[in-house]
Write a protein that binds this ligand. Structure first.
Ligand SMILES: [Zn+2]
Length: 188
């Protein structure tokens, strides 16, 4: 289940004129589960809640809600049928970007990022709150730094950031959000 840090973000965002837009490399759908509007989430590495064709015979993706894997606990093998592409009959796979993945269908993520770009155009003074974005795959960090707006970088280890870009806070996402939330409640 999403931790209360998601609730803090959602509540704080609701106090601002334009709310929030999520840009995440997480594929678990936690932001939607935490009641962020789906139209305000961009998942740059895809989502485990959508399927696509292994052969990418089509740009279509579809819901994974009907997939209920039953696993033999002794052999660790799947007991029921794997999902298949309704168009060509090949296996279906999660619509998640993997390493060296040339068959990932990016149309869904692309649509989300277009919505994010349109939202950013409408916001006068955006602020990025960057949470736990590592250096190994710096997609999120680069996105933050590209926005030409203040960045609050929260990370237990890789929190350094140029003072010209923003401020870095050493800490985990949940504990830091709780501290910031408490401090803001005291001063407002
Ligand atoms: Zn197919």
């Amino acid at each position: 289940m999403p931790h209360v840090g998601f609730d803090i973000l959602l509540r704080r965002a609701s106090l601002t004129k334009h709310g929030a837009f999520v840009f995440t490399s997480n594929v678990d759908g936690h932001f939607q589960k935490a009641r962020f509007p789906p139209a305000r989430v961009a998942e740059c590495h895809g989502t485990i809640h959508q399927l696509q064709c292994v052969e990418a015979c089509t740009d279509e993706v579809w819901s994974a809600a009907d997939v209920n894997p039953v696993v033999n606990e002794k052999t660790c093998l799947l007991k029921n049928e794997l999902p298949r592409c309704p168009r060509c009959g090949a296996l279906a796979r999660p619509n998640i970007l993997m390493f060296g993945d040339w068959n990932w269908v990016d149309k869904y993520a692309e649509r989300q990022e277009l919505a994010l770009a349109a939202w950013l155009e409408s916001v006068e003074k955006p602020v990025v709150v960057e949470l736990g974005a590592g250096r190994a795959i710096p997609t999120i960090r680069r996105f933050s730094e590209r926005q030409r707006c203040p960045v609050i970088r929260i990370n237990p280890r890789d929190y350094s950031i140029s003072p010209a870009v923003g401020v870095g806070i050493a800490g985990g996402a949940l504990e830091t959000l709780q501290q910031l939330d408490n401090t803001l409640s005291e001063v407002t």
